[in-house]
Every structure is written in structure tokens, then in C-alpha cells.
Design a protein around this ligand. Sequence first.
Ligand code: DCP
Ligand code: MG
Length: 382
Amino acid sequence: MNAPDRRIAHLDMDAFYASVELLRYPELRGQPVVIGGRSIHKPAERADGSREFSRLREYAGRGVVTTSTYEARALGVFSAMGVMKAAQLAPDAILLPADFDAYRHYSRLFKAAVASIAPHIEDRGIDEIYIDLSAIDEDSRSLGTRIKQAVRDATGLSCSIGIAPNKLLAKICSDLEKPNGLTIIGEADIPARIWPLAVRKINGIGPKANDKLGALGILTVGDLAHADAGLLQTHFGRNYAEWLHSVAHGRDQRPVVTSSEPKSISRETTFERDLHARLDRDTLSGIFTGLCTRVADDLKRKGYVSRTIGIKLRFADFRTVTRDITLTAPTADPATIRRAAGECLRRVPLERRIRLLGVRAGALARPDEAPQDAVQHDLFAT
Ligand code: DCP
Ligand code: MG
């Protein structure tokens, strides 16, 4: 059973990065637009004040699409797709570089707008939040509409909201009528609204579990709800089988957790071409120092110091290794971070070419707090 009186919303911004870009370039509204270029893809301004945009077909490189407008999605272009691949599907689509500062700015604005109506918020990243509405005495449709309007007034952007008895269902619902959706369900709606959905729609059923379930003929959430408990246990183990069964019935007790302290701050970069530890030593070293400087800047801007510095390397064969080191005193100093990261790097045998390099600061604390003793082993676990 779900707790009787809970009412939880999940809010997710629509095509977030792309929508922020459309605020800046309103002439692109209605067109397929893809975010994923580099700074050279910034639009050029013509003498008459109009702008000249890059097109996907002009792109060469290994970048990935961060997001795309719904018009681009209609052409098959989605998040995480290689930009070159996207260019084959939609050569004339507009290409723009990402501007994370702008996205963070709008992220803060929309969260503040929601908080002015419903302050019990769990931050789930740049464009999504859970909101506990249980203590608010207003019907869900009018409250949801009011929150969406507040977000639009503060940002000019649309979002989609799901309102349900728990986080699990709210998250599924916010996606059901995107973009600009408001989807409200109660316990009684589970068979009609949730059971027809593919099991993949459940947050926590990843590609592996999805494939395994598919092989057992379990395709929809309804199939899962009616699956034999013994069969699930045999294939997934007792814990996961029990979880599968309970989520298929729409059960979830997790609270909305309001604190939003980050666990770590990291920066990473995928190179244009794979780099060799010795032959490209200077280039690598420059990039490495740059990453450390950016991590230090992030720490200072967000007001943290870090006790654990880590690195991530991905080799040309996609093998990924991480190393980390605990400092004697917490820091936000770029040179100290660079030294610690350099020590980590010396612990990795560098035989293959390197594809990606990352630097992470973990075990965060506020500079005025007594240093904590946290040790993080899985710095780059996601
Ligand atoms: N993002 C990214 N890389 C991904 C997925 C997303 O960089 N593989 C970024 C860009 C998105 C933002 O995170 O704008 C939010 O992710 P969402 O999954 O919510 O996607 P959108 O907001 O773009 O679209 P939707 O309307 O489907 O929510
Ligand atoms: Mg979104």
C-alpha cells in the first residue's frame, strides 16, 4: 500500500537546453534545432542584424547531441546520439553550442518559481524536481496549472508535471503528455494508465533488466504486475524481484528529500582525437591543468572545499579507469588539485591512447565546517 495522504509531483522542463536557446533566438521557433556543437557553431551576426546559423551537415567531430527540439526529434534526433549521425538524419537542422551558464541560470529561476508556491522540493538535477504537495490544500489540477504558470512567468519556458501518490508514479506521469503536460493519476488509475506502458518506463528498470524481462515475455508494466513471483525470483534474485513486483503495482514509499548538497564536482572532456600519453604529452598536460582549474573554479563558485581528488581516464578501447586520493586538508586551490590529480595519473599505466580525461573533487565540505572524514571510493560511479 502507498501512504494514504501523500501527493507528489514530478516536474521536468521540456527540451530544456533547446528551449533556453529559443528564448535567445526566437526566430528558430518551430524548426529542428540540435544542441551539441562547439563554440565555432555560435551563430554569426550579419551586417543587417540578422543571424546566420550553423547547420548539422557542416559538423565534423565526435560530439554528442545533448538535446534537440521536438521538431528535431520528429526527424529521429535524440539526446546522446552522435552529432555526425544526427546530421545524416537531419542535415538541415540548426546546430548550436551548449551554454551551461545560461541553463544553470534558468534552472535556478524555475526552481525558485516553484518554491514560491510549493517549497518542499527535491532537486534532481538541472531540469527536474520532485515536489511534495501533501501539505497544500488545493486540488491537483488547479495547483499543477498554477505551478506551470509560475514557471512560465519566471522563465518563458514550458514544463511537464505528473502528480501522483508517490515519486515513482509522478516521474512516469510527467513524461506521459510531454511537452507542456499535466498528468494526474490516483491509485485507481494504475491499471488503465500505467499497466499498458512498456516496463522500460519505470525508473530503475535499465536496459539489461528490460531485455531480460522481454525474453520472458514481460513487455508491459501490466505483464510485470501479473508475472509469477517465483519466475521473477529465479531470474532476478529475491530483492530485485520484490521491487519489480511492488513497482508494477505502483507502490513506492520514498520520501521527497529536500537537501540538495552535491556529493562531488567534476569536469571531463572527450578529445577530438585519441591522445597518446607520451607523444601528446604537452597537449594532455594543458587539458589536464585546465580541467583542474575548472573544478577549482566550480568549487569556489559553489562555496565548497574538497578532501578527495580523483581522475577518470577512458582509453581508445573504451576501457575506463579511475583513481582517487584523499588529501590531508580540504582544498579549492587549483595548484593543489592539479598536484593531487597528477599523483592519481601516475598510478595509471598509460599504454593505450586516451579518449577522455576527467577530474573530480569529492568529499565536499563548506570551508567554515570542520573537515569531514568521508572517503569516497566510487568517485565516478553513476
Ligand atoms: N542532457 C544531456 N545529455 C543527455 C540527456 C540530457 O546533456 N544524454 C541535458 C540536455 C537536456 C537536459 O539535460 O535539455 C534535460 O534532460 P531531459 O532528459 O529532461 O531532456 P529535455 O529536457 O531536453 O527534453 P524532455 O522534454 O524530453 O524532458
Ligand atoms: Mg526535460
